[in-house]
Design a protein around this ligand. Structure first.
Ligand code: URA
Length: 186
């Protein structure tokens, strides 16, 4: 397992897939590196690529609103993505890109040791929970695996396209907050 310092150096120099040729900045993650909750999205968009931070564009703003409203405090979470470089045109990362990048994410999970992982959207769900599942079918249901409580829910960008998902995502995050309180009291 790499230390945070080693991980940052390896990611910054990474050319394991072709996304390394087009990125402006590597997007490793942000938040508390000892957080009980880890949120995982798909991959950086334009703003994330420019700033080198995850979820700082329009989907990120919506996610911040949701977390502030619950509330889930900034110190309680760390946020990252399945891939650390922006796929051109914001396309879904290819399997080979995700596979090359996942060991870095697993290393982050091992360093952070969160109690809860939230998969934001179908891509995170696919690589973390089940390659064949459908997000609309499994969202909102806890998966307990390897000592982690994993919650699949929608990607915040999906709410920008379909308002009706807001209530469902709110319900999912209420469960996350409740579990966080339960687990952190112990
Ligand atoms: N969408 C993602 O999945 N991740 C980001 O960091 C931004 C938008």
């Amino acid at each position: 397992m790499l230390s945070w310092e080693e991980l940052i150096v390896r990611c910054t120099n990474c050319k394991l897939c072709s996304l390394g040729n087009t990125r402006k900045n590597i997007v490793i993650g942000r938040g508390n590196q000892k957080a009980p909750l880890m949120l995982i999205g798909e991959g950086p968009g334009e703003q994330e690529d420019l700033q080198g931070l995850p979820f700082v564009g329009s989907a990120g703003k919506l996610l911040d609103l949701l977390l502030d409203a619950l509330p889930i405090r900034k110190g309680d979470y760390y946020i990252a993505n399945i891939v650390k470089c922006r796929p051109p045109g914001n396309r879904v990362p290819l399997e080979e890109e995700a596979e090359k990048c996942l060991p870095f994410l697993r290393n982050q999970v091992s360093l952070i040791r969160p109690k809860i992982i939230v998969c934001l959207g179908a891509t995170a769900m696919k690589y973390i929970i089940d390659r064949n599942a459908k997000i609309t079918q499994i969202r909102g249901q806890w998966v307990e695996r390897k000592g982690f409580w994993i919650m699949p829910t929608f990607h915040p960008a999906a709410l920008l396209r379909d308002e009706s998902k807001k209530v469902l995502m709110w319900e999912d995050f209420k469960k996350v907050k409740q579990k966080l309180e339960e687990l952190c009291q112990k």
